[in-house]
Design a protein around this ligand. Sequence first.
Ligand SMILES: Nc1ncnc2c1ncn2[C@@H]1O[C@H](COP(=O)(O)OP(=O)(O)OP(=O)(O)O)[C@@H](O)[C@H]1O
Length: 239
Amino acid sequence: MSRQSDAILELDGVYLNYSAGKNHFSEGVHHVLEDVSLTLTEGETLGVIGRNGCGKTTILRLMGGIIAPTKGSVWQRPGTASALLSIGLGFRGDLSGRDNALLSAMMQGASRRHAMSFLEEIKEFSELGESFEEPVKTYSSGMRSRLGFTTALITHVDILLIDEVLSVGDAHFKNKAERAMRERLSGDQTVVFVSHADKQIESLCDRAIWINNGRIACGGETSEVVSAYRESIEKSNNG
Ligand SMILES: Nc1ncnc2c1ncn2[C@@H]1O[C@H](COP(=O)(O)OP(=O)(O)OP(=O)(O)O)[C@@H](O)[C@H]1O
């Protein structure tokens, strides 16, 4: 199968099972994703919506290479770096915000010297003040999300995988982060964005997918996908 020349990430016929505890689900296997295929092209912003537990975080974890599919394949263009921004993930609690930012930047491919050069900008944008020097285990979830979001933004990761991170910041930081995202999105930043905030998805994403019963129930223009999702929620609320 030939791949689109502007493809940066691709899921091909992906299945993901988790083994479940005794007495849960059929045969102790929880089928979370079934036959999910999608191509992410460079510079696009894809929104992922769906009800709690439908597999949105699982898709991001597959895209970020944190977990491997049970069946099917995940391809990322060689030489590209991705960062998964998820609350409570990816930080070492015993290290300061500064050291975590440095480590993340280096893991995303920056040299130590280059990563060091980002730190003051990260401290300033994240507005963590003196807490930047404190261990991350002392941070609130909002402070963690500021640190993760800012580090990925400033170190210019090719693919940003954002899991609800923007929804925990306060209104001030959320607006600032959205503005920064919008600026970046007009360039070559590729983003996959998971959120329960439909409005955020509609205002930031070029395209969206709705995950239902482990499959892509609908994919395409964001407002159409969000409307189809909302309709299905209303239907299930009314009946
Ligand atoms: N490590 C795991 N072991 C077993 N089951 C898991 C594991 N991680 C997730 N699951 C299950 O997989 C399903 C999908 O989880 P996932 O976190 O991807 O959903 P989600 O759509 O992101 O949910 P939410 O909107 O609540 O954040 C859920 O039923 C969850 O219980």
